[in-house]
Structures are given as structure tokens and as C-alpha cells.
Write a protein that binds this ligand. Sequence first.
Ligand SMILES: [Fe+2]
Ligand SMILES: [Fe+2]
Length: 146
Amino acid sequence: MNNLNHYYGLYQQRAKELAAQIEKAIDGEFAAIHCYKKLETLAPTKRERQIISEIRKDEINHYNVFSSIYTQLTGQKHSAVITETCPNNYHSGIDFAFHDEQETVDFYLTIADSTSNDFIKESFKRAAMDEQNHAVWFLYFLKTQR
Ligand SMILES: [Fe+2]
Ligand SMILES: [Fe+2]
């Protein structure tokens, strides 16, 4: 009985930690959705604007998937808050986005590794692949900026 309580306690603690990580992920997606709207308007070419718009659609999709996972897990809805500031200048903006995407890949893979729930694992792995792809685009924009 004591052992069972012990494992139940650990399980509850892990569920809490996972919920906190997903809250952070939702906030990050929410910030990216707003930031990329700004970068879209600052983009120097139509092609870059289109790519950023596609990237932004991926972030909206991540936001929706993570929000629904959070609700299934906690029975509550998380109200996203923006904690990051998005630069007002295009070059600083894409530099910021590149680093943010790279860090997000690591963060999502950590979440994927920490859960045995297949749906959550696959959702975060899939999102990590998207973020890696986004990082490459932002790096390309940085390199071709004149
Ligand atoms: Fe994302
Ligand atoms: Fe992204």
C-alpha cells in the first residue's frame, strides 16, 4: 500500500511537470504566432513573406494540438501569455526566430522523451521536425539578407 502511494505520488508529480511544460510550449507557440505576423509585414520579398506565412500556419497548428492535449490532460484550458519580446527590425527578428526555433527543437524532444503517452510523444516529435525546418528557413533568410 505504501509502495502504491509512492508510485501514485510520483505519477501525479510527473503529470504536473508535463502539464507545466505543455503550458510553456503553448505560450511559446502563441508568441511565435504574433511575432511571425510582424515579420511577415517586414519581409523584403513576396517569397519570404509567403514562407513566413506558411511557418506561421504550422505554429497555429502546434498551438491547437498542444492546447487540446493540455485540456485532455488537465481538464482545463490554458490561457496563453506572451513572455518573449519580438524584435521590431527584420534582421533582428529573423535572428531571434532562428535561435528560438533551434531551442524549441530541443525543448520538444525533451518533452517527447519524458512521456510514455504515444500521442503526446508523436505530437511533440512532429512539432520538433517542423521547428527544425523553420530554423533552416530563418537561417537561409539571414544568410541572403543584403
Ligand atoms: Fe511551433
Ligand atoms: Fe516554428
